[in-house]
Design a protein around this ligand. Structure first.
Ligand SMILES: [Zn+2]
Length: 247
């Protein structure tokens, strides 16, 4: 019975978003019946295949690279590892509140998928809301987080207003709960509208992409590398998602 269930879940996962790590939603939580999409940016073995990363994919407006390796701190802490850690903390919190989580990758040791496929995995996983988690590689003197918002382009037309509202909730919580300042170099007051990203152009559910901080800045890098801060950032994200889904 249990094996049959696992096979069924694995089949569903291949059809929809990836469901990992194994862990059911907790029954009866405030997010019961809700599906949240999480896209931890990049992947641990992206660096092994420049040709895979250079593959051109359609982002809804233009062709762009499949993906990049992501950035890293001066100390060598990689963005893909940071994204993966925060994504897992966020998933734990969401599942504890009863949500089902769909993912774009099942480990931090793989290659891909490309950014257009990531958007499709979350769309096809019937996410009620999604978040792309990243950290930036900005100028070393620049600090802070930026929340990237979609611009209407067809596929995402129905979720622009809700995505902007989500971005506002997330911004206030990143300041108040995580104590990260808004970016000094990207966007306006922590928000930036972007029309060049597949994850935002192709989404059919409310979604934002967060650059949690600047890995190239030593002050931000200390925070980004700390488990305590990663948990706070996950709290801020979970709180904004709960606000969006249940008010
Ligand atoms: Zn990134």
């Amino acid at each position: 019975m249990r094996r049959t269930l696992c096979v069924a879940v694995a089949m569903l996962a291949s059809l929809a978003g990836v469901l990992v790590p194994a862990g059911p939603a907790q029954a009866g939580g405030i997010l019961a019946g809700k599906v949240v999409g999480i896209d931890p940016g990049h992947n641990g073995r992206n660096y092994t295949s420049p040709s895979f990363l250079a593959k051109q994919v359609w982002n809804g407006r233009a062709w762009e690279d499949c993906d990049t390796t992501g950035t890293q701190t001066r100390g060598g802490y990689t963005e893909h590892a940071f994204n993966w850690a925060v994504a897992n903390y966020l998933a734990q919190k969401l599942r504890a509140a009863g949500a089902t989580v769909v993912w774009t990758r099942s480990s931090d040791t793989g290659l891909g998928p490309c950014v257009d496929q990531r958007a499709r995995l979350l769309n096809h996983g019937h996410a009620n809301i999604s978040i792309d988690i990243h950290a930036d590689g900005g100028p070393t003197t620049g600090r802070g987080f930026a929340i990237l918002l979609p611009v209407a382009d067809g596929p995402n037309n129905g979720v622009i207003k809700s995505s902007v509202r989500f971005g506002g909730y997330l911004r206030s919580r990143m300041i108040g709960m995580a104590g990260m300042p808004v970016s000094t170099y990207d966007g306006t007051n922590g928000l930036a509208y972007r029309r060049d990203l597949a994850g935002l152009n192709l989404t059919t559910e409310p979604k934002v992409l967060i650059e949690c901080g600047n890995m190239r800045n030593s002050t931000d890098a200390k925070l980004l590398g700390s488990k305590a801060w990663q948990l706070k950032a996950a709290d801020a994200m979970a709180s904004a998602i709960v606000k969006m889904l249940v008010g």
